[in-house]
Design a protein around this ligand. Structure first.
Ligand SMILES: [Fe+2]
Ligand SMILES: [Fe+2]
Length: 293
C-alpha cells in the first residue's frame, strides 16, 4: 500500500468539522406506531409505504452489525473528542435498532409479512463475513452503509417530497432517524482511518454493498406487495409508479448520484457534504427533545 492509498494520510478539507464539533446525542424516543402501520401510512400509497418499510426491515440487524464493527476498533481511538463521538454513535444506533425492531415486528404482525424471510439474507451474509473475512471488512461495510444513510438522511431533511403526505408519527420517526444519522455520519469513517482503512478497499466495499442494498430493498418491497394481495401485473404497475417516485423527473433519489460518487474520491470525508446548517434548522423546527440520562 502506498502512502497516497491510505485513507489516514489523505488530506482532509479545512472546512470539514473535526470530531467533537457536531453534538451526537442519543434521543430516547419511543414511538407508538400501531395505528399507522396497519395501513399504507405514506400517502395511502402501497409503493411509498413499502419502500420505507423495506428500509426499516434492514436496520435492526444492520445497525447491530455497525455497532459491533465500531466497537471492535474502539481501542484505536485515543482522541477524547472522537471517543465521545463513538459513545454518541453507539447510543444512537442502539435506540434506532430498538425502535425499528418494534416497528418491524408490529408491521409484520399487523400485515402478515414474514420478518424471517426479509432478515435471513442479511443475517446469512453477516455470518458468512464473520466466518470468512477479517474483522475490518465489517467496518468497511459499516462505513459504506453509513454513507447511504447519510445521503438519504440529507434527502429526507432537505426535500419535503420524501415524506409529504405521510402519517405524522411515521414522519417524526423518520425525521428523528435522519437527524441522528446526519449527526454521526463521520464516526465510523473516522474509526476506519485509525484502523488503517485503504481507499481501494473502501471503494470496492461500496460497490459490493450497493448491489446488496438494492437487492435487499427490492426483495422486501416485492414480498410486502405480494402479501398485500397484489397480482404480478398489479405489482408491475405499482413498481412503475414507484420507480417514478424514486428516479423520475422529480424523483426523490434524483440528484443523489453525485453525493454517492463522491465516496470514490481518494480524499473523501463525510463532512465534505457539510449540512450542519440544515441540521440546525430542522432541529430548531422540532423543538425540545428527550435525551438519554
Ligand atoms: Fe441508525
Ligand atoms: Fe448510522
Amino acid at each position: 500500500m502506498t502512502t497516497a492509498e491510505n485513507t489516514q494520510d489523505a488530506p482532509q478539507p479545512e472546512a470539514a468539522p473535526a470530531p467533537g464539533m457536531v453534538d451526537i446525542k442519543p434521543r430516547n424516543y419511543e414511538f407508538d406506531l400501531e395505528s399507522a402501520l396497519a395501513a399504507n401510512w405514506h400517502s395511502g400509497d402501497p409503493f411509498k409505504t413499502a419502500f420505507f418499510n423495506a428500509l426499516s426491515m434492514m436496520f435492526p440487524v444492520g445497525e447491530k452489525s455497525f455497532m459491533d464493527a465500531v466497537k471492535a476498533f474502539r481501542n484505536k481511538v485515543t482522541d477524547p473528542a472522537l471517543q465521545e463521538d463513538v459513545k454518541g454513535f453507539l447510543g444512537q444506533e442502539a435506540i434506532h435498532s430498538r425502535e425499528h425492531r418494534k416497528y418491524n415486528e408490529r408491521l409484520c404482525a399487523l400485515r402478515g409479512y414474514d420478518l424471517d424471510y426479509m432478515e435471513q439474507p442479511i443475517i446469512k451474509r453477516r455470518d458468512w463475513a464473520h466466518a470468512n473475512l477479517p474483522v475490518i471488512a465489517q467496518l468497511y461495510a459499516t462505513v459504506a452503509y453509513e454513507h447511504y444513510t447519510a445521503i438519504m438522511a440529507n434527502g429526507t431533511l432537505s426535500n419535503p417530497k420524501w415524506l409529504e403526505g405521510a402519517d405524522p408519527t411515521m414522519k417524526a420517526l423518520w425525521r428523528w432517524h435522519a437527524i441522528e444519522e446526519t449527526e454521526h455520519k463521520a464516526v465510523a469513517f473516522d474509526v476506519l482511518k485509525l484502523a488503517g482503512g485503504t481507499v481501494k478497499e473502501r471503494r470496492m466495499s461500496m460497490l459490493f454493498i450497493t448491489v446488496n442494498f438494492i437487492r435487499d430493498t427490492a426483495r422486501n418491497i416485492n414480498h410486502m406487495l405480494k402479501r398485500d394481495g397484489y397480482s404480478f401485473w398489479q405489482r408491475m404497475k405499482i413498481w412503475r409508479s414507484g420507480l417514478s417516485f424514486l428516479l423520475g423527473k422529480d424523483g426523490i433519489l434524483r440528484g443523489m448520484g453525485r453525493e454517492w460518487l463522491d465516496y470514490f474520491k481518494a480524499d473523501f470525508h463525510p463532512w465534505q457534504h457539510d449540512n450542519r446548517k440544515l441540521l440546525e434548522e430542522v432541529k430548531a423546527s422540532v423543538g425540545p427533545e428527550p435525551v438519554l440520562a
